[in-house]
Unconditional design. Structure first.
Length: 268
């Protein structure tokens, strides 16, 4: 026993002499930890984005829409989002207001100028497509961590970047009923925790849609954003390509801006 102890001391002394330091192996992150970091590091106080939406049909025909989206991060880490169409004329001032709920019970209201009043989106209606795009109402909500179960499915490289692959399934019966998807897969960059790809599978297990995020830029501190993203419906053969034309962060947006009154006012 004394000989082994002396040998251990000698090994440590030798390591110290040559400038080596023993460091215990870092514990691997879990799926929920990676997703929590994803939510945390990219948050800003508020944000305004001017977007070009290009709707591409199965035949390749295109329609363009211009949209402005405002986002406010609340003190409870729940987001509020107001999205308003600017052009063309037939959709101008159509708007969607989303209040994120901690338990997945987000509130969403759609305003159509022709009706002059907002319409609340029922939980069952959040599976529907939004204004002819390849995004459903639920796709436009923030990633809600408490109502999903995340597991780490390994690592893959996407566009030369090392990424975690995260598998997500509904964590509650209510979420399983409200969502259009049986499961999703997400690719999160290991260096910035930015999401670069997301796959959506229907409840029969078939791949339904693929979302790809490109042209990532650092907007403030640890926060990164994609300046181009595309939602491709592989079953229908359609896609929606979104290009960010202008962005501003931490402008000082007020909470009362994200209200039903503002939703029907027509914006500024």
């Amino acid at each position: 026993m004394r000989i082994r102890a002396l040998a251990a001391v000698s090994t440590l002394a030798l390591a110290s002499a040559v400038g080596l330091t023993w460091v215990p192996a870092a514990r691997a992150q879990t799926g929920p930890e990676i997703m929590q970091k994803y939510r945390q590091v990219h948050r800003v106080k508020d944000e305004e984005e001017r977007l070009l939406l290009r709707l591409v049909s199965k035949s390749g025909a295109t329609k363009d829409r211009r949209v402005v989206r405002w986002t406010l991060s609340g003190p409870n880490d729940l987001d509020k989002i107001l999205l308003r169409f600017l052009a063309p004329r037939d959709v101008e001032n159509t708007a969607l207001l989303t209040w994120e709920g901690k338990d997945g019970s987000d509130d969403q209201w759609l305003y159509l100028p022709a009706t002059k009043k907002p319409k609340r989106i029922a939980a069952s209606g959040k599976k529907n497509r939004f204004m002819g795009t390849d995004f459903t109402y639920e796709d436009l909500r923030p990633e809600n961590l408490p109502v999903n179960k995340y597991t780490l499915g390994g690592s893959e490289r996407v566009d030369g970047q090392d990424c975690w692959v995260i598998e997500a399934v509904p964590a509650t019966e209510r979420q399983a009923s409200d969502t259009a998807y049986g499961r999703r897969r997400m690719w999160i960059r290991k260096d910035t925790h930015a999401m670069v790809k997301r796959e959506y599978y229907d409840k029969q297990g078939k791949l339904e849609k693929v979302e790809v995020m490109r042209k990532h830029v650092n907007v403030k501190g640890t926060a990164w954003r994609s300046n181009e993203f595309e939602m491709h419906d592989v079953q229908a053969g359609t896609k929606t390509v979104v290009t960010v034309e202008q962005r501003a962060v931490d402008k000082g947006l007020r909470d009362d801006f994200f209200s039903e009154a503002e939703l029907t006012r027509g914006g500024s």
